[in-house]
Design a protein around this ligand. Structure first.
Ligand code: ADP
Ligand code: ZN
Length: 617
C-alpha cells in the first residue's frame, strides 16, 4: 500500500481516495505545486492533510495552512487532534503566552499542521519563525485554503491574501497547494497571478453536487413560502436562510422563532461574541436554522446542513453556488431553495448602478448578474445551466424544480411588445416616465384616477392587454428587466425606461418565453426521502433494533462532543454511527473496518462504543 493510502486508512479510517484526491496528494507529496478547484464537500482538506502527514513522516517538517476562518480554527485543529495529528493554530484569539507555547511546540517538531490567519503570515515575527524552519529544512508545505479570497472579483476578497506570494519568493522549493470551491475563469486567473502559481498543476474537478436539489420559486409572500418549505421538507433539520440586509435577517429569525423553529440571526453588525455563540450553536446542536447575511458560511464544514434558502437574490452565480454548496456535504439529499421576484432584479441592478466602482468594473458585475437572472428565469434544467456557467456540459438532471415539474411555458412576446409600446407611447405623449403599476393599468384598460389625469385612456394601447392578468404582466416585465430590454430608474420612483435592446423585442425579433405562474398545489406532502426528524435519512435503512442502537450511539456522541467542546460530527459522522448500528460489532476488530474510524478513534472511542452496544443487549 502506498504511504498516502495507508495514512488515509490509519489516520482517517477511509478506504479509498475520492475523485482527484489520489492524484493531487501524490503530486504534492512529490513536491509539486497545485491549484485545486473542487466543489464544497468534495474533500479538499485531505488534499493537504495527507501530504502534510506524509512529508512530516519523511522528515520534511511542518505544513502551514492559511485559512481566513479564525472562528473555525479551533474546531479544525480539534478535528485533527481527534484523529491523533499534532496541530495548532495561530491567530488573534490567542494570548501572547498561548502563541509563545505554540511556537515552542512548533520548534520542537510536535506540530504537523499549523493553521494561521492570513494577516499574521506577513508579520516579521511569523516570517522569522518560518525562516528558522526553512533553514533547518523543516518547512514541508504551504496550503492556502479558500484561495479565491485573493481575487477582488469574488465576494470574499481579503487583501491580506495578496501578501501570500511571499511563500514563493522567500521559500523557494517548498511546495504550495492552493484550494478553492470558486471556479470561474477570472477568479482562477487571479489566483494564479497573485499567488504566483504559474507553474502549479491545476486540478479541476466536476462541480456537480448531485445530492443538492435546486428550486427557484416565484416570490409571492416570501416569509410564508419559506415557512412552508421548511415545514414540509425540513422540519427539525439544520439549514441556512440567506437574506440581503441585517434588518431582514433579524426579522426573519424572529418570525421563524415565533413559528417554533430554533432560528438564530447572524450578520456583521452583531457583536463578535454573539456571532461566535450563534455559530457554535449552529455547529454543535441539531436542527438550528441560521438566518444570515453572506457574512456567514465560508468554511462552515458542518456535514448535515439539509437546506440552504435564499430570500433575496445573490449577486452572481459564484455566490449562489458557494452558498448553496453548504448544504449536504455528507452527500445525502439536500435542498437549495430560492424565492425570486421583480424587486430582486431591480435591487441588484440598482446596487450596481449606484456603487462608486469604475464603469468597467460595473460592466463585469452586470454581466455576472445577467447570468444569474438567466438561471432564475430558466424553464429548463437548472443544473445544466449552473454547470455550463462553470464550463461543464451536463444532461438534464432529474433533481431540480424544472426537471421534476417541467413548467408550462407561455409565449409572452405579444404581451412584451404591448408593454414596451405603452411605455413608448406615454413617453411620447407626456414626456414622462411611469412605473410598472400604471403601465399595466393602461394596458389592462383600468379606469383609474391617474389614467384620467394624464388622458391615457386615449392611447392606442389602452385596454388591448385586458386578457392578461397582472401576475402575467409582472412576469413579462421582470423578464424584460432581467434581460436588459427595460430599465428601472430607482432614483425616480422606479419608473420604466426603454433601452437599446427594447427594439428587438418591439420588432418581434426576440421571443419572451415565461413559465406559467401556477401557484403551488397546497399541502404537497413531504418528499419521500426516507428520513424523519427522529431518524435522519442516513439511518433510514436500519431495522428496529438498529434504530435503537443508532439513537443510543447518538446520545453517547453528544456527551463526548460536549466534554471535548467540539461539534458532534467531529467525533463521528452520522454515517459512521449508522454503519456501526447496522454492523452491531462485538469487538474492536469488527469496528476497525467501519468507514470513518481510524487507529486513534478506534483506540479512544472503540471501547466506549462497544459498551454502549453491550448495554442494549
Ligand atoms: P471541502 O473542504 O472540499 O468542502 P471536506 O474536506 O470538508 O470538503 O470533505 C467533505 C467531507 O467528505 C468530510 O466530511 C470528509 O471527512 C469527507 N471525505 C473527504 N474525503 C473522503 C474520502 N476519501 N473518503 C471518505 N470521506 C471523505
Ligand atoms: Zn434539472
Amino acid at each position: 500500500m502506498s504511504t498516502a493510502l495507508s495514512l488515509l486508512k490509519d489516520v482517517f479510517g477511509y478506504t479509498a481516495f475520492r475523485g482527484a484526491q489520489a492524484e493531487i496528494v501524490d503530486h504534492v507529496i512529490a513536491g509539486g505545486d497545485a491549484l485545486v478547484l473542487m466543489p464544497t464537500g468534495g474533500g479538499k482538506s485531505l488534499c493537504y492533510q495527507i501530504p502534510a502527514l506524509a512529508r512530516q513522516k519523511a522528515g520534511q517538517g511542518v505544513t502551514v495552512v492559511v485559512s481566513p476562518l479564525i472562528a473555525l480554527m479551533h474546531d479544525q485543529v480539534g478535528a485533527l487532534h481527534e484523529v491523533g495529528v499534532g496541530a495548532a493554530f495561530l491567530n488573534s484569539t490567542l494570548s501572547l503566552e498561548e502563541a509563545n507555547a505554540v511556537e515552542k511546540r512548533l520548534l520542537r517538531g510536535e506540530i504537523t499542521l499549523l493553521y494561521a490567519a492570513p494577516e499574521r503570515v506577513a508579520t516579521p515575527r511569523f516570517l522569522s519563525l518560518l525562516d528558522g524552519l526553512y533553514q533547518k529544512r523543516q518547512m514541508a508545505l504551504f496550503a492556502i485554503d479558500e484561495a479565491h479570497c485573493v481575487s477582488q472579483w469574488g465576494h470574499d476578497f481579503r487583501p491580506e491574501y495578496r501578501a501570500l506570494a511571499v511563500f514563493h519568493e522567500r521559500y523557494p522549493g517548498v511546495p504550495r497547494i492552493a484550494l478553492t470551491a470558486t471556479a470561474d475563469d477570472t477568479t482562477r486567473a487571479d489566483i494564479v497571478q497573485h499567488l504566483q502559481l504559474q507553474e502549479a498543476r491545476q486540478f479541476v474537478s466536476s462541480f456537480d453536487r448531485p445530492n443538492i436539489r435546486y428550486t427557484i420559486a416565484e416570490k409571492k409572500d416570501p416569509t410564508l413560502q419559506l415557512l412552508r418549505f421548511i415545514e414540509r421538507e425540513h422540519a427539525g433539520e439544520s439549514g441556512i436562510v440567506y437574506c440581503q440586509s441585517r434588518k431582514r435577517v433579524e426579522e426573519i429569525a424572529e418570525v421563524l422563532c415565533k413559528e417554533g423553529l430554533d432560528a438564530l440571526p447572524y450578520h456583521a453588525g452583531l457583536d463578535a461574541a454573539v456571532r461566535q455563540r450563534h455559530q457554535d450553536r449552529f455547529l454543535r446542536d441539531d436542527g438550528v436554522v441560521m438566518t444570515a447575511t453572506i457574512a456567514f458560511g465560508m468554511g462552515i464544514d458542518k456535514p448535515d446542513v439539509r437546506f440552504v434558502a435564499h430570500l433575496d437574490l445573490p449577486k452572481n452565480i459564484e455566490g449562489y453556488y458557494q452558498e448553496t454548496g453548504r448544504a449536504g456535504r455528507d452527500g445525502l439529499p439536500s435542498d437549495a431553495w430560492m424565492a425570486y421576484g421583480l424587486q430582486d432584479v431591480v435591487n441588484q441592478r440598482r446596487m450596481i448602478d449606484e456603487s462608486p466602482a469604475a464603469e468597467e468594473f460595473k460592466q463585469v458585475l452586470r454581466g455576472k448578474l445577467d447570468a444569474l437572472l438567466a438561471l432564475a428565469e430558466a424553464t429548463d434544467c437548472r443544473r445544466v445551466r449552473l454547470l455550463a456557467y462553470f464550463g461543464e456540459q451536463a444532461q438534464p438532471c432529474g433533481n431540480c424544480d424544472n426537471c421534476l415539474n417541467p413548467p408550462a411555458v407561455w409565449d409572452g412576446t405579444e404581451a412584451a411588445r404591448m408593454l414596451l409600446s405603452t411605455i413608448y407611447r406615454v413617453q411620447q405623449a407626456n414626456g414622462l416616465h411611469f412605473g410598472a403599476g400604471h403601465i399595466m393599468d393602461i394596458l389592462r384598460g383600468k379606469d383609474t384616477e391617474k389614467v384620467r389625469q394624464f388622458g391615457h385612456q386615449k392611447l392606442s394601447t389602452y385596454g388591448i392587454g385586458a386578457q392578461y392578468s397582472e401576475q402575467q404582466l409582472r412576469g413579462v416585465l421582470r423578464q424584460l428587466i432581467a434581460t436588459g430590454a427595460l430599465e428601472v430608474d430607482a432614483a425616480a420612483f422606479n419608473t420604466l425606461h426603454l433601452t437599446e435592446s427594447s427594439r428587438g423585442v418591439l420588432k418581434g425579433e426576440q421571443k419572451v418565453l415565461l413559465r406559467e405562474s401556477v401557484s403551488q398545489p397546497a399541502g404537497r406532502a413531504r418528499r419521500e426521502r426516507g428520513g424523519t426528524k427522529a431518524t435522519p435519512a442516513v439511518a433510514a435503512t436500519l431495522d428496529g433494533q438498529g434504530q435503537q442502537r443508532f439513537a443510543a450511539l447518538k446520545a453517547w456522541r453528544a456527551e463526548v462532543a460536549k466534554a471535548h467542546n467540539l461539534p458532534a460530527y467531529i467525533i463521528f459522522h452520522d454515517a459512521t454511527l449508522a454503519a456501526i448500528a447496522a454492523l452491531d460489532p462485538r469487538s474492536l476488530q469488527d469496528l476497525e473496518n467501519v468507514s470513518g474510524i481510524g487507529a486513534r478513534k478506534l483506540e479512544t472511542y472503540g471501547p466506549g462504543v462497544l459498551d454502549v452496544l453491550h448495554a442494549l443487549d
